[in-house]
Design a protein around this ligand. Structure first.
Ligand code: AHR
Length: 669
């Protein structure tokens, strides 16, 4: 079990002692249901997606073959060549049947391919094995779609595709016979069904016959992708996102937007069109942490901006792309583009709006339409820069803002307030951005649970007019930021739930919020904590996930006051609360966090309504073990339990269990 942080321990003991004296007293929580104080934006609770922790490649991108186009630094990384032993052959060590060829002049996006010389081979002698991303997750009775691109001068080679387990046991396969010849590349595809479920399978490709063949884009996808789209996303992972009913999805990050240096920045135009023409780059998380190196982490862009927009549409979330503002990551190279050379970066932003919203008569709208989506994606907002800071950031933001607003005056821009929610960097940016009347300011809080508890009132005194706040990245750190010991446990989730009552109460100031990072592969992560953990076959939501889901599923449309002794409920006796009305369903929604070790009796007094339904819906997350976690074995160990509450009158009792987060929904009559 994780060690208790001393400060947190003291805090919890104090809270427990104080609570003993209050435990018996019923607390009157007054709700003024007819006095809305702010609108809750439909975007309020959303998702932050970044290709970190094998989030895209090896994650939601369902491709099972690693390094399918041989573009990793080491062209055969992920692949093993199997060939017969050539004893008494002095040339054996010098001549490999697999040659890596680079046609950089002819194809800058996908320069490499392999040339395989098959010299009168029977099946099982010459082959290639792909290890997948920490193995390949294979499911019994599921169809697998294999494909590759090839070219050859003459026919004569047959390819046997097979999936095997770690002992080499056959799990399913097929045979393809490339029969086109000439200079052109051709695609060949075949499908087969797996006969077993295996967490870490491998794919063999055996060559039979005689001849020379060029191969590229060797690919294997499961049939059961999200919406059954060929070459699509892992359905179980996307389902967890859809279940949240998120108001927005931010993509593609995160620091990945900035890149280690400018050449490594995310460039959306290189992520659209045919997948074989999308130029791979190193994933910056490959080398970011010396203690978590991931040498096989690259961005193939099999998922690109078109797919992210489509995903947003699928799950009913507003798209929020974040673009590079002419600055690389300031923790790394900190390169900036001279202001005089920034025009292409600004043009990328303008073109993205046209790509998302323009009709097929526009250059970029046509690209989108040709990719299969003639209708616009209705992009309304965009981030300029991720965690950028300093006067050089403000200088560049001004240029972007002027260019975008003069063409699209109603378009909303999200700007960075740096890496932390306070300090000189934050104060400088916050002042400058508010001075510029920035639309939305992105604040990041990677802090300890006690910070989240203590900051439930953070926005109570923020200016109500002017720039809105986007809690763009946050997660309670059970140890400390970038510590490998951080866990997604109940105390982190509970502290976020408490903090979020303050976000909801201040929905007039805070228009959006998202936990970060989103996904982590159990064997391929660089950063923890994360909202959702996966392996090759399974995924589960952390306690933090369920808190996010409870908020997003119970969003409401108008904040109404809830008070204890005429004050907001923000930590008195470790109690936190917020209330809102869902104008569509005509329901009152109350959220209560009891962060103390004892049960707290409350009396909820709802004013300004005629009557409440006799039965309300109750969702409760509770555990006495603050360090309890979810896992592949117990994915719902800490998750909400549904029940009902009987409501006798406009004043009703609710006992908030120790260490609990509750959502009450009741119809107004
Ligand atoms: O969420 C992980 C990283 O934290 C993001 O990429 C970055 O924006 C922040 O520093």
């Amino acid at each position: 079990m994780m060690k208790l942080n001393k400060y947190l321990l003291a805090l919890l003991i104090c809270a427990a002692v104080i609570n003993l004296s209050f435990a018996q007293t019923k607390k009157l929580l007054t709700i003024k249901a007819n006095q809305p104080v702010a609108d809750i934006q439909p975007t309020m609770w959303g998702i932050f997606f970044e290709d970190i922790n094998l989030g895209a490649d090896g994650g939601i991108y369902a491709e099972l073959v690693k390094n399918r186009s041989f573009e990793f630094f080491k062209p055969l990384m992920g692949w093993t060549v199997k060939q017969p032993l050539r004893v008494n052959d002095p040339m054996a060590a010098l001549t490999s049947p697999v040659l890596v060829v680079n046609r950089k002049e002819a194809n800058t996006a996908n320069p490499r391919f392999i040339r395989v010389t098959v010299d009168h081979m029977a099946k099982g002698n010459l082959g290639l094995t792909n290890e997948g991303f920490r193995g390949m997750g294979i499911k019994k009775d599921l169809r697998y779609d294999f494909s590759l691109m090839y070219r050859q001068v003459a026919t004569g080679i047959k390819l046997h595709v097979e999936l095997v387990d770690s002992n080499g046991k056959f799990l399913g396969g097929t045979t393809v016979t490339p029969n086109e010849t000439g200079e052109e590349w051709h695609k060949i595809a075949a499908s087969f069904t797996a006969n077993e479920t295996v967490l870490k399978a491998k794919m063999n490709l055996w060559f039979e016959g005689n001849g020379v063949i060029d191969l590229d884009m060797i690919s294997l996808f499961p049939e059961d992708t999200w919406k059954k789209r060929p070459g699509g996303m892992r359905a179980d992972m996307i389902q967890l996102l859809a279940d949240m009913k998120p108001g927005f999805i931010r993509f593609p990050g995160g620091c990945i937007v900035e890149g280690f240096d400018l050449s490594n920045r995310y460039q959306w135009k290189k992520t659209i069109g045919p997948v074989e023409e999308r130029q791979l780059i190193i994933n910056r998380w490959n080398i970011e942490f010396a203690h978590r190196p991931t040498p096989d982490y690259f961005q193939t862009f099999g998922l690109g901006f078109f797919e992210y927009f489509q995903l947003a549409e699928d799950i009913g979330a507003e798209p929020l792309p974040i673009l590079n503002c002419g600055m690389a990551c300031q923790f790394n190279s900190a390169e900036v583009v001279p202001v005089g050379d920034i025009a292409p970066y600004v043009q990328d932003a303008l073109d993205l709006i046209e790509f998302a919203n323009g009709d097929a008569t526009t250059k970029w709208g046509k690209v989108r339409a040709d990719m299969g989506h003639p209708a616009p994606f209705n992009l309304k907002m965009m981030g300029v820069g991720n965690e950028n800071w300093g006067p050089q950031y403000i200088e560049r933001v001004k240029i972007f803002t002027k260019a975008i607003k003069s063409k699209y005056p109603d378009f909303k821009l999200v700007n960075s307030s740096g890496i932390a929610p306070n300090g000189d960097m934050f104060d400088y940016l916050n002042k400058e951005l508010r001075g510029m009347k920035a639309d939305i300011i992105d604040e990041h809080y990677y802090q300890k649970p006690e910070w989240f508890f203590a900051n439930a009132k953070r926005y109570d005194n923020y200016p109500r007019d002017g720039s809105k706040v986007f809690g763009g990245e946050y997660a309670a750190q059970s140890d400390h930021t970038v510590s490998v010991n951080n866990k997604n446990c109940w105390i982190t989730a509970l502290s976020e739930a408490a903090f979020m009552t303050g976000l909801e109460r201040n929905a007039g100031v805070v228009s959006m919020a998202s936990y970060a990072p989103l996904f982590a592969h159990a064997e391929g992560w660089q950063w923890t904590p994360d909202l959702i953990w996966v392996n090759n076959l399974h995924s589960y939501g952390t306690p933090d996930y369920y808190v996010q889901k409870m908020y997003a599923n119970n969003k409401g449309s108008k904040v109404v006051p809830i008070t204890l002794n005429n004050d907001v409920v923000a930590g008195q006796d470790s109690l936190y609360a917020s209330a809102c009305i869902d104008a569509v369903t005509n329901e009152l929604i109350v959220k209560i966090v009891n962060a103390s070790a004892t049960e707290q009796s409350t009396l909820l007094s709802v004013e300004g309504v005629k009557k409440l339904d006799a039965t309300g819906k109750l969702l409760v997350m509770q555990s006495n073990d603050l360090y309890a976690v979810n896992s592949f074995e117990q994915p719902q160990n800490i998750s909400p339990k549904e029940s009902t509450i009987s409501i006798k009158s406009k004043k009703f009792d609710y006992k908030a269990a120790p260490y609990s987060f509750t959502v009450i929904r009741v119809k107004l009559q």
